[in-house]
Write a protein that binds this ligand. Structure first.
Ligand code: TYD
Length: 205
């Protein structure tokens, strides 16, 4: 059975990944495939409600990890898996790697717990390509401060938190080099998209 490809976009807040979601979808459509753009936390009605809690209500780090994965389960079962099964390509603004980076690296949640949740919740639905928009946390912070009048509780975290998040992303990338494509996000949007295109072209048969 042919299925669509699953592409996730990752990076610390301010790394500039969201700008590239729609251009990637346009590229997918130009190859003759359906494309679905979605995001985490969110992507379903329940997931979007949980997103509001996650971004604005403080909670214990393990609770935060569990709620992230609860939202993800809804997303996998109701949106991502059915789309892939009908040969639609899925482009998600964040997925499981964000939980390893933010809850694992940033908040110190046990990796063993996260790995268990990953295999339970994904049920075999894993990205084919993950674009990691990599940027120095100080530069990312300057971008967030310029573009976000009301930062959420993740965006309000300090540089040390984002250094840990970034290190955890890079560790995930080192563990699965075939899936990850690391992009230098300090470049101009056009130059970054040229890097994105290279990674996308490699997905074609
Ligand atoms: P995002 O949509 O990238 O933020 P914005 O709308 O401001 O561009 O992500 C929302 C926040 O959720 C982001 O700070 C990272 C965090 N997050 C986690 O901590 N763990 C996760 O598993 C996911 C998916 C997101």
């Amino acid at each position: 059975m042919t299925t669509g490809k699953f592409i996730s976009l990752e990076g610390i807040d301010g790394a500039g990944k969201s700008t590239h979601l729609n251009p990637i979808a346009e590229w997918v459509r130009a190859q003759g495939h359906e494309a679905l753009v979605t995001r985490e936390p969110g992507g379903t009605p329940l997931g979007e409600s949980l997103r509001q809690l996650l971004l604005h209500q403080s909670m214990d780090p393990d609770t935060e990890a569990l709620v992230m994965f609860a939202a993800r389960r809804e997303h996998v079962v109701n949106v991502i898996r059915p789309a892939l099964a009908r040969d639609t390509w899925v482009i998600s603004d964040r997925f499981t790697d964000a939980s390893f980076a933010y809850q694992g690296g940033g908040r110190g949640v046990s990796l063993a717990h996260l790995r268990y949740l990953e295999s339970w919740v994904e049920g075999g639905v894993h990205p084919d390509l993950t674009l990691l928009f990599d940027l120095d946390p100080q530069e990312a912070r300057n971008r967030v401060l310029k573009g976000t009048p009301h930062p959420d509780r993740f965006e309000r975290e300090q540089d040390a938190f984002f250094r840990n998040v970034r290190a955890a992303y890079l560790a995930r990338a080192a563990a699965e080099p075939g899936r990850f494509h690391i992009l230098d996000s300090s470049q101009t949007p056009d130059a970054i998209f040229a890097q994105v295109r290279q990674a996308l072209d490699a997905l074609l048969p």
